[in-house]
Design a protein around this ligand. Sequence first.
Ligand code: C2E
Ligand code: CA
Ligand code: CA
Length: 425
Amino acid sequence: MGDWHEYPDFLDALDALVARSGGESPRPAVAVIGLEGLGDVDVALGYRVTDDLIRRAAHALQAELSDAHVGITGRHQLGAAFPDVAESGFAELAVHKVLRVLSEPFAVGERQVLLWPRAGFALAPPNGGRPDELLTHAYAALRQARRARERLRRYAPEATASLLEGVDLWSQLGQAVEAGSLHLEYQPQVALATGRLQSVEALLRWDHPEYGAIRPDTMIAAAEGTDLMPRLTHWVFNTALRQCAEYRQAGLDAGVSVNFSADDVREREVVDLVAQSLELWRVPAEMVTVELTETAVMESHDAEAREALHSMKDLGLRVSMDDFGIGYSSMDRLLRMPLDELKIDMTFVHELTTSPPHERIVESMIGLGHKLGLSVVAEGVEDAETQVRLRELDCDLVQGFHLGRPARLEQFMERVGSGKRLGKH
Ligand code: C2E
Ligand code: CA
Ligand code: CA
């Protein structure tokens, strides 16, 4: 066996393995290994060092795995394809060995760097299946491992069954990004004190030609943990800024709020892409808010997430903690995050006028936000009564069906332009 492969050669090798086995046992298995320590290396030592390191890791792994193929499958990612695996237990043993090899420190100059490997793996299905499908399954397992914070996970179809059964959503979504069949809808965020439109949240939409409207959370779940996520975020961010520039040009003095996924705070590249879009569309950075869910912030490697958030803050962006109240923030971490805004989760807002305990919690969250110097947004405001109560509780901004449903840009601009006061009360 030769040395490790670059991505196209790795796919070829995988093709050959799958074709050879025809789904008979023993059959091939594939592991995708995320090297989560490399995000820190990017930041501390630069991209070149990371690139060199991942090549050395691939080489070391190939040297240990005499009959497997090792390849680079992503910027912080390796793949390993095992030709003849009798059953899942053997694949798992092999992946344990992979993790053992990659858990050894690598010397970079005077330093010892840890790669922090995490793996997902999948066995070719009995009918053989397609090689790219096998790789997608291993990616999905890596994503599941990440969520569960496990070092290793085998692909379990039931865990993704809630995505769309049997539909290769991932590759179709990739094509949708290229083909331009995604779009954004915009929903107003209004300042309670003045009734002014302050910002507009961009929400991702995909009308699938066969399956109709696909929920954004489903898309994100399919993309997370794969190379598709940064591409998707880049598309969303760039489109949102382009359209924000458009409505600002038309005289609407409002900012834009964009949702980022947990992955995005791990990827150093995303910060560069953000900087590029800001430069390109000339939207003032302080008018742009990055919304990250509480869970996403808390799930991310502490130092890494903070680093990425600080880089975004350095660019002048605002950072908002979305879905606040349903995650598992520790107050300590909350204090250490460079935030500008808290967004109270709609589950609290919905009960505001009917449940005194909910009202007290919302009041406390607003108080906490203000004590930390943050602006507080309530989302999911569906009626005038809730809006009035939020104003009495000194909440800063409101968003929800009462103020306006998400709409395509043209429709959104028409609505705002027609002078209709948003959420008039
Ligand atoms: P989110 O960020 O919490 O967005 C608010 C969701 O609540 C949106 O659902 C919005 O349509 C809906 N909503 C707005 N007002 C009301 C209301 O008054 N009542 C109720 N019941 N719902 C309301 P949507 O568009 O389905 O998005 C779901 C989630 O998907 C978002 O939750 C966000 O986490 C994620 N998402 C959407 N677009 C993107 C994106 O471009 N990137 C990423 N990473 N995630 C996105
Ligand atoms: Ca949001
Ligand atoms: Ca939310």
